[in-house]
Design a protein around this ligand. Sequence first.
Ligand code: EPS
Length: 392
Amino acid sequence: MIRFSTAGESHGEALIALISGMPAGVPVDLDFVNHELWRRQQGYGRGGRMKIETDKAHVLSGVRHGKTIGSPIAIEIVNRDWKNWEEKLPVEAGDPGKHQPVASPRPGHADLAGALKFNFPDARYVLERASARESTARVAGGAFAKLLLRHLGIEVASHVIRVGRVELDRTAAWEEIVSVVARDEIVLSCVDAATEARMKEEVEQASRTGDTVGGVFEVVVHGAPAGLGTYANWDERLDGLLAWSVMSLQAVKAVEIGRGITAAESFGSKVHDAIHYATEPTGRPTRFTREQNNAGGIEGGVSNGEDIVVRGYLKPISTLRRPLESVRFDTRAATSASYERSDICVVPAAGVAAEAMVALTVAGLAQQKFGGDSALEMKRNFDGYIEQIRSY
Ligand code: EPS
């Protein structure tokens, strides 16, 4: 079983990712892990923090001589901004005069609910852990899950299909999504240049007016076999597990599998993906095929061999330069919500973080189904199953 957790606060010394249950012998490409961290930092509309940080994975355990060794993998990502916060957020009691309270909660943020829950006098500690800075650790862990999936020939990628009111009005081919992921310069990660330019204008408008803007990213898993997840138990369904893992990301307010949302307003004959069977010219049967993939590669909570498609709907960032009305924690007097440096749009970065969560979920199910303490053993089991499917 692959287990994953994170620790760390936005302005603390470092973030930590801890992954256990990875088989031994998976080749670890640290440049790839760091490139994933770089991708998460990009995108038009990011805030000042991204100019301070250059996220790098410092692997503390579980990897030796370039491969996993089956032991828990601990990764540290240092916060460069810590040097500006050491006195404001010391581990020791420190000087209370130097603390930096978040005096009035931001509507939409965890500030108020968190302060009430933990009985904090203000929202500083809430912000520190609820911040999407934590997704850095998820991306580091997800990069390891991707390395395991790559060993099985499974790839995970994402692109942006909506920023505010601007939507990509067609489906994107897998090759287009891969080329978006491979870009050296990330703007808004849309496959269509003209749509991306309009998305950029949407961010600019939000920036001009002291506002923020949300959107939709799409994560695609390519090369996964039929049979991951199960309809047999509610808590083992692939769609449920993916929805949970993507919904758990900061600012995600809805998750869609395939065309789940438009399916609800259509007739069944238009929604379901008709089944065909492809044969090679030699007459040798090859595989079941679909001309469309409205199901997003999942039927009955089980992968069906098509691309797995998960969309995350992101609310606009809740820290507004032109803040909404709020109330002071100390006096309850009406005031504006606190403002602290923030982003205007994070849809591409959220897509990268969602890739990580999807990769961890799919890698976990693959590990469960194919087992194996070593990458070799797992691959042998995987190949045996693929052969079984092929000769079905
Ligand atoms: C983030 C780092 C944070 C924010 C952002 C995401 O850095 P700071 O708070 O120092 O500016 O930019 O967090 C939020 C959007 C939020 O609401 O907390 C990052 O690394 O992605």
